[in-house]
Design a protein around this ligand. Structure first.
Ligand code: SAM
Length: 322
C-alpha cells in the first residue's frame, strides 16, 4: 500500500465521468463553454478498468461518480454495470438532479443506494441566476422520486453572500422534513475564483457565520463523523443532521484520502495542486504492466497533497469533479 509521511493513503476515488454539464454554476465556471472535447473522454470500459486497477494499486475502497454532470453521459449505465461487480464498499453519485427522475431506474438497477444532489436555493429566480441552466421544479420532482425509491440522499449547498444566504434555513427545513442530510460546502478558490481573490472574498461565507444563522433557529450539537470525513457533522436533536465541508475554516488535508480521476484519464492527488498524472495510456496494457507504472504515478499523486490546508487551485471543478 502507498502511504505518505502523515499516514495518508488513497481510499476514496472520485471519477469525473464527463466534463460536460447542463448547468454553468457561477462559482464553478466563468461561462458555460464546453471545456473538454467529447472525443478526448475515455470510454466506459476504460474508466471501469481504471477503477479496477486503482483498487489493486492504491487500495481504493469507495467510489463517487461525479462530473461535469454524470447523468448527461451515455457512459453512465455501462460504467455502473461494470464497477458494480468490483467489490467496492460503496458506490455513490453526485448530481445536480436535473435528469434524476429519468435516470432513476438505471441507477437503482445498478445498485446505487446513495446520492448527493447539489441544490443551492429553493427560489426559482435565484436558481436560474446561480445555475444558469436547468429548472428548479424538475430537480425537486427528481428528489421526490429518489426519496420514494428509498435512496439515501444528501443535498449539497454552497452558501454565497448576496445570492443565497437567505436560503440556508429554507433548505435546512426542506431537508429536515424529508430525512435528507444538508451539506453546506464553503466556497472554494477553484478555477476562475482562484484568479479572483476579491470576487471570492465577496461571496465567501465561513463556518462561524453559517452556524450563527442556523443557531438563530435551531439548537444543534456536534456529532460524530468518520475519521477521514471531510464534513463536520451536527445534530439538531429530534430533527436530524446537517454537515459543513469547511475547507477554509477547518482544513482537513491531514486526513484526506481522496484521489480524483478526470474523464480524460488524468489522476489528481490534490485539489490545491496543478500537478496531474496521465493514466489513459496504461489502461490498454495488461495488468502486470499497468500496475507497476500506475503505482509509480500514485506515489507522485500522493506527494501532491497539501500538508495542512487547501490553498486554492486553478483546475475547474467541472473538469476535476468536485
Ligand atoms: N454536476 C454535479 C453536481 O452539480 O453535483 C457534480 C459535479 S459538481 C462540480 C460537484 C460539486 O462541486 C457541487 O456540489 C458543486 O456545488 C461543487 N462546487 C463546484 N465549484 C465549487 C466551488 N468553487 N466551491 C465549492 N463547491 C463547488
Amino acid at each position: 500500500m502507498i502511504v505518505d509521511r502523515q499516514g495518508r493513503r488513497f481510499r476514496n476515488l472520485r471519477i469525473s465521468l464527463t466534463a460536460a454539464c447542463n448547468y454553468a454554476c457561477t462559482y464553478c465556471v466563468a461561462d458555460g463553454k464546453r471545456l473538454v472535447a467529447a472525443e478526448d473522454e475515455l470510454s466506459a470500459d476504460a474508466l471501469a478498468r481504471a477503477v479496477a486497477y486503482l483498487i489493486e494499486a492504491a487500495g481504493i475502497e469507495r467510489l463517487r461518480i461525479t462530473g461535469g454532470e454524470p447523468l448527461v453521459s451515455p457512459r453512465l449505465e455501462p460504467f455502473l454495470q461494470q464497477v458494480a461487480g468490483l467489490g467496492l464498499q460503496d458506490i455513490s453519485l453526485t448530481t445536480n438532479g436535473q435528469l434524476l427522475s429519468r435516470k432513476l431506474p438505471a441507477l437503482l438497477a445498478c445498485g446505487i443506494k446513495r446520492l448527493n444532489v447539489s441544490l443551492d436555493t429553493l427560489d426559482p429566480l435565484a436558481f436560474r441566476r446561480i445555475a444558469r441552466g436547468g429548472d428548479l421544479s424538475t430537480v425537486l420532482a427528481g428528489l421526490q422520486d429518489a426519496r420514494e425509491a428509498g435512496l439515501n440522499i444528501k443535498l449539497n449547498m454552497v452558501p454565497l453572500r448576496g445570492q443565497n444566504l437567505d436560503q440556508v434555513l429554507p433548505l435546512l427545513d426542506y431537508c429536515l422534513e424529508r430525512g435528507f442530510e444538508l451539506r453546506f460546502i464553503e466556497l472554494m478558490r477553484m478555477g476562475h475564483l482562484a484568479r479572483d481573490p476579491q470576487g471570492f472574498q465577496r461571496q465567501f461565507v465561513g463556518l462561524d457565520e453559517l452556524l450563527a444563522v442556523i443557531g438563530a433557529r435551531y439548537e444543534y450539537q456536534q456529532a460524530d463523523a468518520p475519521q477521514d470525513a471531510t464534513a463536520l457533522r451536527y445534530e439538531i436533536p429530534g430533527r436530524g443532521f446537517f454537515g459543513v465541508i469547511a475547507n477554509e475554516s477547518v482544513p482537513f488535508c491531514r486526513s484526506c484520502s481522496r484521489l480524483r480521476l478526470s474523464s480524460t484519464g488524468w489522476l489528481h492527488g490534490c485539489l490545491s495542486s496543478s500537478n496531474r498524472h496521465f493514466i489513459g495510456d496504461l489502461l490498454d496494457k495488461p495488468r502486470h504492466q499497468a500496475l507497476p507504472a500506475l503505482q509509480r504515478l500514485l506515489v507522485r499523486a500522493l506527494g501532491d497533497k497539501q500538508e495542512l490546508a487547501f490553498s486554492g487551485g486553478v483546475t475547474v471543478m467541472k473538469i476535476i469533479g468536485g
